[in-house]
Design a protein around this ligand. Structure first.
Ligand code: MG
Length: 165
């Protein structure tokens, strides 16, 4: 890494409740499933964690400041679109994404076949090379709220860089 670059690490975390009959949207991808995530927006826990990681790294607060669930205008919003809007704020500060990794904790369904599409969506949303964006998933082996099919969580880590000012 170049010595005249500033680097910032961001970490975002989120969890949403699973409900039967709702759409399951993760990383902007509709995943076939008997249950989906509840939320004021589309409940895309993956995009929410990534948004918070980006905003946090840039010192710009968190997703709730910009898209509060108290505001009707964000009801049913596509979280990938909210991520794009958040990225414009971060990019306005001169930042670029060096790497982004997000881990989704979900008991089922398996997400491996949707990973590539999620990574493509995320990389486009944050103007990063698709090779710099990684989505992985895990179960919790039956433990906790994820293991009981009560919800899903996501944790994202991002590295931002910009030229020193
Ligand atoms: Mg959320």
């Amino acid at each position: 890494m170049n010595a005249d670059m500033d680097l910032r690490i961001g970490h975002g975390q989120d969890a949403h409740r699973l409900r039967p009959g709702l759409a399951l949207v993760l990383g902007g991808v509709r995943v076939p499933s008997p249950h989906g995530l509840e939320g004021h927006s589309d409940g895309d826990v993956l995009c929410h964690a990534v948004t918070d990681a980006l905003l946090g790294a840039a010192g710009l607060g968190d997703i709730g400041m910009y898209f509060p669930s108290s505001q009707a205008r964000w009801k049913g919003a596509h979280s990938l679109a909210l991520l794009r809007r958040s990225w414009r704020l971060v990019a306005g500060g001169g930042w670029a994404v060096e790497s982004l990794h997000v881990v989704v904790s979900l008991e089922s369904p398996k997400l491996s076949t949707f990973r590539e599409e999620m990574e493509k969506n995320l990389s486009e949303a944050v103007s990063a090379d698709v090779g710099a964006v990684n989505v992985t998933s895990t179960t919790t082996d039956g433990l906790g709220f994820v293991g009981r099919y009560e919800g899903a969580s996501a944790s994202a880590v991002v590295l931002l860089s910009r030229r020193k000012r």
